[in-house]
Design a protein around this ligand. Structure first.
Ligand SMILES: NC(=O)c1ccc[n+]([C@@H]2O[C@H](COP(=O)([O-])OP(=O)(O)OC[C@H]3O[C@@H](n4cnc5c(N)ncnc54)[C@H](O)[C@@H]3O)[C@@H](O)[C@H]2O)c1
Length: 253
């Protein structure tokens, strides 16, 4: 899809987590359009390899590292490999998550930890792994992924919404600590985005009606709606934006 081109993103090393499918895939494609050197980490090999093949055919500089982001040692190794291949990482998009529903009464302490690990913990450790590159470069940008689900008081996923609201605190503290190095840290909170997984798992005719009633914009939002905004936030066009939480939800009120 055509869109704005930000010249500062050409040749920039960008790392996207969860880039094989869904919104992450759209983000990887959007940075490839910017001619960035785009690397992504994911646990799903087949769609990741298909994406890399497709983008290589288009001449993009793209690289996939397979890792489970809940394994922090594996995450660190993947970041080191990306750095070795593409040079210092000055842009990070912490996109990966897993929105499995869970009934409060069924959640064990082990499940709590597992849900936090897949929805929150890796965002901190991915940032920790790339921040030295950003401070050395005297500049960088991080986008963390939140969700409007906690703002709308969505039920059936209390651990997920706890993790997604915590992303705001993480974002603000990192922005404070690294602002003196010209590193910007923001959060993006998507509304309901029609990804392949949402279509397969959660979208129903009743849900669609609820979405159309709640949103000011009367259409499904798609991954590219979010990806375009993420690319803008990482680019120098957003040079004064940090420590903020931006909602991309078509006006869900
Ligand atoms: N789609 C929506 O409606 C929606 C709404 C609000 C927030 N969000 C947020 O947007 C982001 C992207 O959402 P999405 O709908 O594209 O998600 P998705 O589930 O479709 O894709 C997530 C990607 O992350 C990868 N991933 C998951 N666990 C991983 C792990 N342990 N290690 C490595 N990779 C892993 C998956 O393989 C997948 O490619 C998430 O942070 C999500 O919470 C999405």
């Amino acid at each position: 899809m055509a869109g704005a081109i930000y010249p500062d993103l050409a040749g920039r090393t960008v790392l996207v987590t969860g880039g094989a499918t869904g919104i992450g895939e759209a983000i990887v494609r959007a940075f490839a359009r910017q001619k960035s050197r785009v690397a992504f980490i994911d646990i799903q090999q087949a769609p990741a390899e298909a994406l890399v093949r497709d983008l290589h055919e288009q001449g993009a500089d793209v690289h996939f590292e397979r890792a489970d982001l809940t394994d922090i040692a594996a995450l660190r190794t993947a970041v080191d490999t990306v750095r070795g291949r593409f040079g210092p990482i000055t842009a990070l998009v912490n996109n990966a998550a897993f929105d499995e529903r869970h009934a409060t009464q069924d959640v064990t302490p082990e499940q709590w930890d597992a849900l936090m690990a897949v929805n929150l913990r890796h965002q901190f450790f991915a940032a920790q792994a790339v921040l030295p590159d950003m401070t050395a470069a005297r500049g960088g940008a991080i986008v963390n992924f939140a969700s409007i689900s906690w703002m709308t008081g969505m039920g059936g996923m209390a651990v997920y919404t706890a993790a997604k609201s915590a992303v705001l605190g993480l974002t603000r503290s990192l922005a404070r600590d690294y602002g003196p190095f010209n590193v910007r840290v923001n959060a993006v909170a998507p509304g309901w985005i029609r990804t392949e997984r949402q279509q397969r798992k959660w979208i129903t005719p009743e849900g669609e009606k609820r979405m159309l009633d709640a949103q000011c914009l009367k259409r499904w939002l798609v991954p590219d709606d979010v990806a375009r905004f993420v690319v803008f936030l990482i680019s120098d066009e957003a040079a004064a934006c940090t420590s903020q939480h931006y909602v991309v939800d078509g006006g869900w009120v």
